[in-house]
Design a protein around this ligand. Structure first.
Ligand code: C2E
Ligand code: CA
Ligand code: CA
Length: 759
């Protein structure tokens, strides 16, 4: 329908006086003024003039009707409204209606039927009951599309009190309604904004009672809005601590008229939540504080993140141990503690031996798990007050305080070594691991944490040099070698790029004929300043720096090239094998078998001409992957030798686990054959055992006639050592071969080395 009634809402109509009354008051007021002018009671004529003036000028639609709904009198506003409607409907061709045009007509004559009937019914109701209709707000599309009218209708009563019709006033209140709607809309928007805030926003009265609370605040307080408004935090039973903090803050805002910030935490269900509250005064125009707006922000996530970050900043994510930062802090703390309570502390720098080999060969997953296990064991052997830290990679540090006697440290270091020697079971596999430990101790409160760490690291390197799986105590002399090593490492990288390496070859002889059976290729580094550097000085470094694969790959290629060169240029009957040392890491690396096959093909060599030497330690650490690679190599016809037997685990049991052809007995064993000790029996036993397994045996480092005599007697198949020849340049080997001797002459009585060619 064209009309839409709106129930009067609070704040809209209720506070206003009914229209009829307003008019009454206005008329009375004027009446008073006229009375004063005329000097007597207003007569009927004057009243008519008043009414006429009122109706002629009023923009409001004022009308009087008889009992039949016919207009008796109308104001100018009725005609104006009518014109507006005509215009809107495009009917405004006729002359502008004057108020007189309405007189005598009824709504049914003038307006659309539904509307007219409604009005007629309204007025009939008033006539029937005598009850007025006061300030009814209507949306009235009759006059224009979005018009609002406020209408009052009353019975028209004569002097005797008889109802003789109706009268009414209708005002266009569109502007007012629109303004009110806009206010309502804005309020709703503000409410939505408030409620969408993640902060708990509240307004406090100056008595600290809640006046307004947003959705988040209600959630925080855990109560419906009607329970909250008008109450204080204490009323709501909030924890005393919180109430005190908040009211202190509110009082400060009242006193200073300045913003104030408060932070508090609450516990609920075992969880702590943190809140930060900003309290801002609401000031009146006169500068009085009329309230305080408090916005509480949930800091819990931030606090949790902060503590996680703090933990992360101090801990190694993999093992959960202290990290370098935390260790350094702790070390400083412990050192300064020595000032009050003199004592001695020890720093153990623990580096897992061959960890890189395991990590490269088995994958980082296994490597990581192993590190976690190592961390676990270190934690277990440490005392409660000690700190175990991981510096990164396979480097761990144990900080032990409160030491008194010197041997304390040895005992501790030994305990750590022992704890790591037991095999680790990682991902269902057993891994043999050892560590090298550098130990530094001090009782000097002035010692620098960084210096101590560096010294322990230096000592650790010493332990590595001495053969790993041991500890070394720091000594200032070691510092020099550390700087030297640092320089060497830098040079070594360059050396790989510039190819500063060359190979020397040490002949290997068959026993007992002493016939040349092959050579072993040994790498040398032609350092631009230092001259020739022996492999013991740079192979471990190359392993540490990840340069070993490049180096071994080069050595393999160069040795094969040299061998095929000799094949072409030397008499055909002097064919012999080439032994090449490869790091276990290289063997386990993917693609190694293919590399070997390709290298042999490149140089047109039979696989049986090549022997690959791998140390026992490396082999065992590698286990699976190495095992597979060795299997493939042996299958291909390449010879595989276990190098340095006797220096590592020396376990004959291991010999069963791998496919191989040759066992090389380390020179430290051969060396001891000069005496009459139990080594004789051990070596004899090893040789017998190896033969039983179908392996050939090479005695390394034969330096004397006595040693040679013994290894021959024990049945060794080959011998190698300074007694026969030192590693030599290829030309020397060519010369040796060209001499065409079937074998060397019998051992010289003096037992002196026969060959002086040395590199
Ligand atoms: P290794 O495989 O045990 O090589 C034999 C070492 O013993 C050589 O030392 C050789 O010069 C030395 N030697 C031979 N006969 C005697 C002797 O009668 N008395 C004494 N005292 N020593 C003797 P070198 O050349 O210094 O090599 C040391 C180690 O470096 C080698 O031990 C090998 O493990 C490693 N190495 C050498 N070349 C390479 C290479 O190309 N790749 C890899 N990964 N390692 C290599
Ligand atoms: Ca070797
Ligand atoms: Ca060896």
């Amino acid at each position: 329908g064209p009309k839409e009634r709106l129930a009067l809402t609070d704040g809209l109509g209720n506070r206003r006086a009914p229209v009829g009354q307003e008019i009454g008051v206005a008329a009375k007021g004027r009446g008073v003024a006229l009375q004063a002018v005329a000097g007597g009671p207003p007569d009927e004529r004057l009243e008519r003039i008043c009414l006429h003036n009122l109706l002629a000028s009023a923009n409001e639609a004022i009308y009087f009707k008889d009992l039949e709904n016919r207009f008796i009198l109308v104001s100018r506003g009725v005609a104006l409204h009518h014109v507006e409607r005509q215009l809107r409907l495009g009917l405004a061709d006729g002359p502008e209606p004057s108020p007189e045009d309405f007189i005598g007509k009824s709504d049914l004559d003038l307006f659309d039927l539904p509307l007219a009937l409604e009005w007629v019914a309204e007025e009939q109701h008033i006539i029937d009951t005598g009850e007025p209709m006061v300030n009814v707000l209507e949306r009235d599309t009759y006059f224009h599309p979005d018009a609002w009218f406020e209408t009052s209708k009353s019975p028209l009563v004569d002097d005797e009190g008889t109802i003789i019709g109706t009268f009414g006033v209708s005002r266009d209140v569109t502007a007012r309604v629109k303004a009110e709607q806009a206010v309502i809309l804005r309020e709703a928007q503000l409410r939505a904004v408030l409620d969408s805030s993640p902060d708990a926003i509240t307004c406090y009265s100056p008595e600290f009672r809640y006046e307004l609370v947003n959705a988040k605040a209600l959630a925080l307080l855990g109560r419906p809005v009607e329970d909250v408004v008008g109450r204080t935090d204490a009323d709501l039973g909030r924890p005393d601590k919180v109430v005190t903090l908040l009211s202190d803050g509110l009082e400060r805002v009242l006193a200073t008229k300045r913003m104030c910030e408060v932070e508090y935490s609450t516990e609920a269900g075992g969880a702590t939540s943190w809140w930060h509250v900003r309290m801002v005064p609401q000031l009146s125009e006169g500068g009085e504080v009329t309230g305080v707006i408090a916005a509480a922000r949930d800091l819990t996530e931030l606090k949790v993140a902060q503590s996680v970050l703090a933990h992360q900043a101090n801990h190694d994510p993999l093992t959960g141990l202290a990290n370098r930062l935390a260790l350094t802090d702790k070390l400083r703390h412990v050192l300064s503690g020595l000032q009050q309570k003199p004592g001695r502390i020890a720093l153990l720098f623990i580096d897992v031996d061959n960890f890189k080999v395991i990590n490269d060969a088995r994958g980082h997953d296994i490597g990581d798990k192993l590190l976690v296990e190592v961390a676990d064991r270190l934690t277990r052997v440490s005392r409660r007050a000690d700190t175990v830290a991981r510096l990164g990679g396979d480097e761990f540090v144990m900080l032990a305080g409160g030491l008194s006697e010197d041997d304390d440290v040895d005992v501790l270091a030994m305990r750590v070594l022992r704890s790591l020697r037991k095999p680790f079971v990682v991902g269902g596999e057993r891994l043999g691991v050892s560590a090298s430990i550098g130990v530094v101790t001090t009782s000097d409160p002035q010692a620098k944490a960084g210096d101590l760490l560096r010294d322990a690291d230096i000592a650790m390197y010493r332990a590595k040099e001495q053969g790993r799986d041991r500890f070394a105590l720091f000594h200032p002399v070691l510092r020099e070698s550390a700087t030297e090593r640092h320089r060497l490492g830098r040079d070594l990288r360059l050396a790989v790029e510039n190819n500063e390496f060359f190979l020397v070859y040490q002949p290997i002889f068959a026993l007992p004929s002493n016939a040349l059976a092959g050579v072993e290729a040994l790498v040398r580094w032609q350092h631009p300043k230092k001259g020739v550097v022996p492999p013991a000085k740079f192979i471990p470094l190359a392993e540490k720096l990840g340069l070993i694969n490049a180096l071994d790959g080069w050595a393999l290629g160069e040795a094969c090239r040299q061998l095929s060169d000799w094949d072409v240029n030397l008499p055909p009957r002097e064919r012999f094998t080439m032994a090449v040392n490869v790091s276990a890491r290289q063997v386990a690396a993917s693609g190694f078998v293919d590399l070997v096959r390709a290298t042999l093909a490149d140089h047109n060599l039979e696989p049986a001409r090549l022997s690959l030497e791998i140390t026992e330690t490396g082999m065992i650490t590698e286990f699976d992957r190495t095992g597979e690679a060795l299997e493939a190599l042996v299958e291909m016809g390449i010879r595989v030798a276990l190098d340095d037997f006797g220096t590592g685990y020396s376990s004959l049991a291991h010999l069963h686990s791998f496919r191989m052809n040759t066992l090389k007995i380390d020179r430290s064993f051969v060396f001891q054959l000069d005496g009459a000790g139990k080594e004789n029996a051990i070596v004899a036993g090893v040789v017998a055992m190896a033969h039983a397994l179908g392996l050939e045996v090479v005695a390394e480092g034969v330096e004397t006639a006595t040693q040679l005599g013994k290894v021959v007697a024990m049945g060794c198949d080959f011998a190698q050592g300074f007694y026969f020849a030192r590693p030599a340049r290829p030309e020397m080997i060519a010369e040796l071969v060209s001499q065409g001797r079937p074998g060397l002459e019998p051992v010289s009585p003096a037992g002196a080395p026969r060959s002086a060619a040395c590199c």
